[in-house]
Design a protein around this ligand. Structure first.
Ligand SMILES: NC(=O)C1=CN([C@@H]2O[C@H](COP(=O)(O)OP(=O)(O)OC[C@H]3O[C@@H](n4cnc5c(N)ncnc54)[C@H](OP(=O)(O)O)[C@@H]3O)[C@@H](O)[C@H]2O)C=CC1
Ligand SMILES: O=C(O)[C@@H]1CCC=N1
Length: 275
């Protein structure tokens, strides 16, 4: 494998690639060394306007001279993408970083021609603000330099956690990859409920969203765990207790566990469906 010191090529310039690129550029990464293949013209235009990166219509053009490839298309098209790039992968031995849900490192190796250096990762969209969370799994073919480069790239987007057992990557996807959507759903529901209970929409939105932000900061900026922070809000026989009892009676914990299980299972299905 070459030292991954050249340009980075993103294959796919959609939502998640945009978040990662935004995080990299905000951290001072030179946009001139970021090459993005994206078939949608309007997405290419905004990537150039917002970040100053190089854009291409074809993946083959983007990967030329790039020592690191970030596979950022939907899982369903990744096989075709990899097979179209296999000759270049065999010729240049890039570090290949996948962000696709479900797709295994063995599938990627096979599609790319057999001996690619693959790091399978699962970031999330708060990467755009440098507040992302990424799980990473590297195959035995990835050397220390490759692991270090992949970690540095994803660390520009937030926190990173190495996962030793690839089977757990679908759980990472279910917890943190999809996780922002769960918080957004809760925020939506809180805003809607505030409006239903009589608040003006703007007030409901400001109060609910600032509450999510404040709670997230308390969770991450203190050593106190979530259960204790919750207890500190919950006065005996007070308003919070009434709400928490309603959540518990409605099976919130089981519902969250079932939802995360469903997401994990879907990750495995994405792998099997694209075999
Ligand atoms: N969104 C998220 O929060 C997260 C997503 N992921 C993973 O990231 C990957 C991308 O997801 P997301 O960003 O949401 O999806 P998007 O659909 O927003 O982005 C994928 C982009 O790739 C483009 N594309 C399709 N074929 C090619 C090709 N041959 N060459 C280059 N680009 C191509 C698509 O164009 P077109 O629409 O025309 O097909 C699309 O614009 C997925 O594998 C997903 O599992 C991982 C973590 C979080
Ligand atoms: O929903 C999905 O499949 C992708 C992977 C994690 C977040 N979005």
């Amino acid at each position: 494998m070459t030292t991954p010191n050249e340009s980075i090529a993103f294959i796919g310039g959609g939502n998640m690639a945009r978040s990662l690129i935004g995080g990299l550029v905000a951290q001072g990464h030179d946009p001139a060394s970021i090459r993005v293949a994206e078939p949608v013209p309007s997405l290419r235009e905004t990537l150039v306007a917002d970040f100053g990166v190089h854009v291409f219509e074809q993946a083959e053009e983007a990967v030329a001279a790039a020592g690191t490839w970030v596979l950022a298309t939907k899982p369903q098209v990744l096989r075709a993408v990899c097979e179209s790039l296999a000759v270049q992968a065999q010729a240049t031995h890039p570090l290949v970083i996948s962000i696709a849900a479900g797709i295994t490192a063995a599938q990627l190796e096979r599609w790319l021609g057999g001996d690619a250096s693959v790091v399978r990762t699962m970031p999330n969209t708060p990467a755009l603000l440098g507040a992302g969370a990424t799980g990473l799994f590297a195959t035995a073919r990835v050397d220390a330099a490759g692991r270090g480069f992949a970690e540095a790239l994803l660390a520009a987007a937030g926190k990173t956690v190495w996962i030793d057992d690839e089977a757990q990557m679908d759980t990472v996807t279910a917890v943190s990859g999809s996780g922002p959507a769960y918080v957004f759903l809760l925020a939506e529901a809180m805003v809607d409920a505030g409006i239903t209970e009589g608040l003006p929409p703007d007030a409901a939105r400001t109060l609910a969203l600032q509450t999510v932000l404040g709670a997230a900061r308390m969770l991450t900026e203190s050593d106190v765990d979530a259960a204790e922070l919750r207890r500190r809000v919950t006065s005996p026989n007070g308003t919070t207790q009434a709400a928490i009892e309603t959540f518990e009676a409605g099976g919130l914990r089981t519902l969250v566990a079932d939802a995360i299980h469903a997401a994990r299972v879907r990750g495995a299905e994405l792998s099997a469906a694209n075999e």
